[in-house]
Design a protein around this ligand. Structure first.
Ligand code: AMP
Ligand code: ZN
Length: 473
């Protein structure tokens, strides 16, 4: 079974296959805007893309996948942050790029093979070149202030990804809003490829395309230019969060296809958003979490990764702190199972008849390959753990288990920092008691608390979690 992924362009599940004869699968994932710490919603998107990257490596081979993810280090938000803090743009974006990398590492996300920055001179040149081609071909024009706009009417297929016509009402509102603050354009639907320098941009500017003024690139062009420079004119897959589908990806398609005269991406994939306590995350609602916020509450990055993967990537996922408790206990079950399986198969020969993933874990594998059905796959893994007869376990089972854990990127050696010196059986009892309390089974919760006390530990409950301490003598 090949990996099948829902394609946002054709709206069908389609198999992933490399198009180039070298057999390398070329994959571009829109990266973060580096002006603050990424929140756990952003990380849902990056973790899902990391799962995809890992699965592709298992499918095609480690050296047969090329993964590019950009850094947006020049735009309105980054420039505003640099102005507010009175620090150079490059210093601000470097700080948040380093933070992003550190968080990615803790969440066990593999670094992309290339991570181009929009403000890197090499890629400024690539963006400028592309804009010049679009101007020469009549797909772009210079406005009075020296900005350059893409002429949407020059590309009849505009709207094929987002089915813009079907969404006219919604889009109409967006266009009106855009037109209100930008009267340099010939048509409200045109979008900026190059933004002429404004006083509030400070010293952020580069020489513009031929015939345009000094300024900076518009956001959309960076992905078209960097993807072409690093992966070629036609790529196998382009991904991002669902909010990027329109206008960002629609605009990328228009720019790239008009400039290159070839299909831009053979497959488009968009993962859905993370909600927190049923609502969109926002600072004003006080429900915006970063990885650091969750670590400060005693949760491990592995638990966050698990929780982010616990819902189907193409469905909205509602995040709660309780889901992290469930994740910690699921991880514990996996941590306990692994050495048991290792012991059970130690010394047994690999059979020559069972190939690849044809093991007890096949259903889990198939679920991952079927549009990244992570809840299905996790359910299958726990069902095996529950029902497996370890006496019959074979080495291929261990291989398949390890590959699944690799694909999911679950770190089975990590334990949550504050729980580091708590014995595993005590931690398991505490998780069980917390689960009982959450499901309002207070009798069971009380009994488990007594067990813990007898074992020398007291459990202190808070609203959104608990801590464990040795009983004072
Ligand atoms: P940004 O840093 O705003 O450019 O976003 C980086 C990535 O995070 C993009 O792919 C967005 O689609 C994605 N994203 C933003 N908010 C959320 C959310 N609440 N849930 C999931 N992904 C998100
Ligand atoms: Zn992009």
């Amino acid at each position: 079974m090949a990996i099948k992924l829902h394609d946002s362009l054709t709206r069908e599940p389609r198999e992933l296959r490399p198009a180039q004869p070298d057999g390398v699968f070329r994959f571009y994932n829109c990266g973060p805007t580096v002006y603050a710490a990424a929140h756990i919603g952003n990380f849902r998107t990056f973790v899902v893309n990391d799962l995809l990257r890992r699965l592709l490596e298992l499918e095609f081979g480690k050296d047969k996948v090329k993964h590019v993810r950009n850094l947006t280090d020049v735009d309105d938000k980054t420039i505003r942050r640099s102005r507010e803090e009175g620090r150079p743009l490059a210093e601000v974006t470097k700080q948040w790029t380093d933070k992003f990398h550190a968080d990615c590492k803790e969440l066990n996300c593999l670094p992309p093979h290339e991570e181009p920055r929009a403000a890197d001179l090499r890629f400024i040149r690539e963006q400028v070149n592309m804009i010049e081609v679009l101007m020469a071909k009549g797909n772009a024009y210079r406005a009075a202030d020296g900005s350059v706009y893409f002429k949407v009417s020059s590309y009849p297929d505009y709207g094929s990804l987002s089915r813009v016509k079907e969404r006219e009402l919604q889009v109409g509102a967006t266009l009106k809003a855009a037109a209100a603050d930008d009267d340099e354009k010939e048509d409200a639907s045109d979008f900026a490829l190059w933004k002429a320098h404004k006083p509030e941009d400070g010293d952020v500017q580069w020489p513009g395309p031929d015939g345009a003024g000094a300024g900076r690139p518009g956001w959309h062009i960076e992905c078209s230019a960097m993807s072409k420079a690093l992966l070629g004119s036609t790529i196998d897959l382009h991904t991002g969060g669902v909010d990027l589908l329109f206008p960002h990806h629609e605009n990328e398609i228009a720019q790239s296809q008009c400039c290159n005269g070839t299909q831009f991406s053979r497959h488009w994939y968009h993962s859905e958003h993370l909600l927190v306590d049923g609502k969109k995350m926002s600072k004003s609602l006080g429900n915006l979490y970063t990885l650091d916020d969750l670590k400060a509450k005693g949760f491990s990055p592995a638990a966050l990764r698990y929780a982010l993967l616990s819902g189907h990537p193409r469905k909205q996922l509602n995040f709660t702190l309780d889901s992290l408790h469930a994740a910690e206990s699921a991880l514990n079950t996996l941590r306990i199972f692994k050495p048991k399986l290792e012991t059970a198969v130690a010394g047994k020969e690999f059979s020559k008849t069972i190939v690849g993933s044809e093991t007890v874990f096949k259903p889990a594998y198939d679920n991952l390959r079927d549009d990244l059905n992570t809840p299905g796959a996790l359910g299958d893994i726990f069902s095996v753990i529950k029902h497996i007869n370890l006496i019959e376990a074979i080495p291929e089972d261990l291989l398949a288990f390890n590959q699944l854990i690799f694909a999911l990127g679950l770190n089975l050696t990590e334990t949550a920092a504050p729980k580091a010196d708590i014995p595993a059986d005590i931690a398991a009892l505490a998780e069980k008691r917390w689960a009982a309390k959450q499901s309002k089974d207070f009798a069971a919760a009380d009994a488990l608390r007594k067990e813990l006390t007898t074992a020398g530990w007291s459990m202190l409950d808070r609203k959104d979690g608990y801590s464990l301490e040795p009983v004072k003598k």
